[in-house]
Design a protein around this ligand. Structure first.
Ligand code: CO
Length: 142
């Protein structure tokens, strides 16, 4: 069910500096910077052969991501994300096995795809995002 890793997400204090660091030290080139006002975040992605690295910079400190940055001023690993065919179906299946997903039923990522989250205490201490990316559609690298 959760067999497609979409991305690993890192919160950073300075998106441009983070992208520059990855490019300079590792030759990892980030794409354009996207803004998700609903989630209060600027985002860019490094596309790898089998998954992506998501870099996120909160737009304000009084948001969940801003509070994460207050606790981790240098940034850090925030969540891992799996691609699923249907967020609603996977959420229902998980709920049947006692795992509640968290977040609004209408939440969408910066690409307009439905998303939900699994609380870290339900996944070995790591926040997990589920992103709706049907596997039978042509793969969108973002
Ligand atoms: Co994500």
């Amino acid at each position: 069910m959760l067999d497609r890793l979409s991305h690993v997400s890192i919160v950073v204090p300075d998106l441009e500096a983070a992208a520059e660091r990855l490019a300079h030290a590792y030759g990892m080139v980030a794409g354009e910077i996207l803004v998700n006002h609903e989630q209060g975040v600027r985002i860019t992605y490094v596309t790898l052969a089998n998954a992506k690295i998501e870099l996120m910079q909160p737009l304000a400190m009084e948001t969940p991501l801003g509070r994460f940055l207050q606790r981790n001023p240098g940034g850090g690993l925030h969540h891992i994300s799996f691609a699923v065919d249907s967020v609603a179906e996977v959420s229902a299946t998980l709920e049947n096995s006692g795992v509640k997903t968290i977040g609004s039923a209408t939440a969408k990522n910066v690409h307009g795809e439905p998303i939900t989250f699994i609380h870290p205490k339900e996944f070995l201490g790591v926040l997990v995002e589920l992103e709706e990316k049907p596997s039978d559609l042509p793969h969108d690298p973002n």
